[in-house]
Write a protein that binds this ligand. Structure first.
Ligand SMILES: Cc1cc2nc3c(=O)[nH]c(=O)nc-3n(C[C@H](O)[C@H](O)[C@H](O)COP(=O)(O)OP(=O)(O)OC[C@H]3O[C@@H](n4cnc5c(N)ncnc54)[C@H](O)[C@@H]3O)c2cc1C
Length: 483
């Protein structure tokens, strides 16, 4: 007799929730297990932070515009979805980035390996650091490693100690802001760049460690298409969501949009529970297992009625709000722009922009011939008041900074503003310990799981990897235990 399908409900239809559903589908298929799954998403679109807009030959990304190729999970998902041939590299002919420092754009020194500068020549030529700053950075070679201690350092403490405060302010901080929209005085180095802590431990120096890492890096496989550090899909990252959506709905997964889950209740016994999810509008869903692929503060609210402690830990993960403004300029500006991928702005420069990407120089097919697409990144920890400005004020401010920094003088032909409130989880001091507590407590509740950007990495590949792991645990719970 055919077993009754066990229903799984996934709350949150961002990349974490959708890739968890896809991984579960694969697990169910490989076991030939009957399976019912519903993804419930509060917004009326799927994808969460991944939001691509196509209009008149322009492809804009409201949220992420690419993902890292050094972490395999996103590449592997694209392969499974048959999207590998759609992945594009960054345009190599424009492969340089700039930093706005001390009054002008300067070439961001090449030769950074995993955030650590390893080549002196580009540093001298860029003029980003003073001679004294470069000399101080080089002292990393001889400064003794930190004594073993349980006390976590912030990114600011770690990098200032190893490379000096000038290298931190002008090289490291803008990169950190670009990734986390965070404040390096709060972010934990152990939670954000654990491999750098390990490099110091192992080699006594970041520079020595980065050089050793480079030497031991495997040479690229000759049969594989060489990929640049970041990649995206030809039609934008929205195609990843579209492809996941198509696969999931084709396999019978119910994708429910525009409905928030308001509450989760546990039914049955502690040893063999089931769940009731109350939806906005009065409906309810019952499930044998639930994955919360929602931001930590949402998961905290949903879990509070039956585990106040886990909610307290979840609530301790702060979020930063950010925004992107994509602007299309006439070709004239493309000619004026210095060729490259764009620029970053160190916080010490006191500007509104965190960074700007010359999207149509960085990627192919982002704007029609005769136009150029520029994307500004603003907000972040400590600069969140900017999200309160209205669109025209914001655009005016971004345009004034683009003119002052990069000489862009014309008015944009088209503008898209995306505000992301409480979007970027901040891995502040104590994050790893907090996540350990959260996972431990959630593990005590059979059939209940949390996944997403809040825990073990905010990048798209990190989210997919965590979703894969979560689905593997859930499958073992549903199908591998005697029931
Ligand atoms: C501006 C920006 C730029 C970025 N750039 C990059 C980049 O270039 N590369 C990269 O790798 N990463 C980047 N990131 C990070 C990355 O995009 C995110 O960390 C990742 O997409 C998060 O996915 P997620 O599914 O965990 O969360 P989300 O995408 O936030 O999905 C969670 C979903 O849960 C839904 N939800 C919330 N509450 C409820 C509820 N009660 N009921 C039902 N649904 C609910 C939300 O509507 C949302 O859709 C960027 C992020 C931002 C904001």
């Amino acid at each position: 007799m055919m077993a009754t399908p066990k229903r799984v409900v996934i709350v949150g239809g961002g990349i974490s929730g959708l890739s968890a559903a896809f991984a579960l589908l694969e697990q169910a298929k490989s076991r030939d297990a009957p399976f019912q799954c519903t993804v419930v998403e509060g917004q009326d679109y799927l994808g969460g932070k991944i939001l691509t807009n196509r209009r008149d030959g322009v492809i804009t990304e409201g949220g992420p515009d690419s993902f890292l190729t050094t972490k395999p999970a996103a590449l592997a998902l694209c392969e499974k979805l048959g999207l590998s041939s759609q992945l594009i590299n960054t345009n190599q002919e424009n492969a340089q980035t700039f930093t706005y420092s001390k009054g002008r754009l300067r070439q961001f020194p090449q030769g950074l390996i995993s955030m650590v500068p390893t080549k002196v020549g580009p540093l001298f030529h860029s003029g980003v650091l003073s001679w004294a700053g470069i000399a101080r950075m080089g002292a990393d070679w001889i400064i003794p490693r930190r004594a073993r201690t349980n006390e976590e350092e912030t990114l600011a403490e770690f990098f200032s100690r190893r490379l000096g405060s000038e290298a931190f302010d002008y090289l490291i901080e803008p990169l950190v802001s670009g990734i986390y929209a965070g404040d390096a005085n709060e972010l934990s180095v152990d939670a954000t760049f654990p491999h750098l802590v390990e490099l110091e431990r192992k080699y006594g120096s970041l520079i020595k460690g980065a050089l050793a890492m480079q030497r031991s890096r495997p040479s690229p496989r000759l049969d594989a298409k060489p990929r640049t550090l970041f990649t995206t899909l030809r039609g934008g990252l929205g195609d990843l969501i579209a492809s996941l959506t198509e696969r999931l709905s084709g396999a019978g997964v119910s994708l429910r949009r525009g409905t928030n889950v308001r509450a989760v209740q546990i039914l049955g016994s502690q040893a063999d529970p089931s769940y009731r999810l109350e939806l906005e509008g009065g409906d309810a869903l019952e499930a044998k297992a639930v994955i919360l692929a929602t931001p930590a503060y949402v998961s905290a609210n949903l879990l509070r009625p039956f585990d106040d402690e886990v909610s307290t830990f979840l609530d301790q993960i702060p979020y930063a709000s950010t925004m992107t403004i994509s602007m299309v300029f006439p070709e004239l500006e493309a000619k004026r722009l210095v060729r490259g991928y764009g620029f970053v702005v160190p916080r010490v420069e006191n500007r509104s922009l965190i960074a700007a990407t010359w999207s149509s120089m960085k990627w192919a097919e982002r704007a029609p011939a005769g136009q150029c697409l520029v994307r500004c990144y603003l907000g972040g920890r400590g600069r969140e008041h900017l999200l309160d400005l209205d669109d025209s004020e914001l655009t005016g401010r971004a345009c004034r900074e683009l003119e002052a920094i990069a000489g862009i003088q014309s008015r944009p032909l088209h503008v898209e503003v995306y505000r992301w409130h409480r979007a970027m989880p901040q891995y502040i001091r104590g994050h790893r310990e907090r996540v350990r507590h959260i996972r431990e407590r959630v593990d005590r509740q059979p059939g209940l799981y949390v996944t997403g950007a809040a825990y073990d990495g905010i990048g798209i590949p990190d989210c997919i990897r965590d979703a894969d792991r979560t689905s593997a645990k859930l499958s073992a719970y549903l199908w591998d235990r005697a029931s």
